[in-house]
Design a protein around this ligand. Structure first.
Ligand code: ZN
Ligand code: ZN
Length: 129
């Protein structure tokens, strides 16, 4: 049996499709709010309504290096974080972000309000590299 990262792209897309199914059938997301703040995405200009525990743009999926631990806003780097990897884990879709300024990396679950077309597009782009 091949290790997971050697799985062909259609396998990954099939897993992604399963994820979309699970996600669409999910009940209301848990409500926990802290550091609720709106921001303008510095990558695509989208006005993002903050939900307190994410700082990535749901439209283009880029993030900003402002946290040491999710939500703490304790990092003073402020670099733009590029999504460089996408994988599925226990039925969830997980992105890996890479800070273009300081090379810090963080993994982050795809949120239910993220633009799933962009997630699929990203998965295909990354797979074709
Ligand atoms: Zn954006
Ligand atoms: Zn950084």
């Amino acid at each position: 049996m091949l290790p997971l990262h050697h799985a062909p792209i259609f396998d990954n897309l099939r897993i992604l499709a399963q994820f979309v199914f699970l996600w669409k059938n999910k009940s209301m997301p848990k409500l926990f709010q802290k550091n609720k703040e709106d921001f303008i995405c510095e990558k695509c200009g989208e006005k993002v309504i903050g939900n307190g525990y994410t700082n990535h743009c749901p439209k283009c999926l880029w993030s900003k290096h402002v946290d040491i631990n999710p939500g703490d806003r304790a990092a003073n780097c402020g670099g733009m974080m590029r999504p460089i990897k996408i994988e599925t884990e226990k039925g969830e879709c997980v992105l890996t972000y890479h800070c273009e300024k300081c090379n810090f990396e963080r993994r982050k679950k795809v949120e239910s309000n993220d633009n799933f077309d962009e997630v699929i597009k990203l998965a295909k782009t990354l797979a074709s590299k």
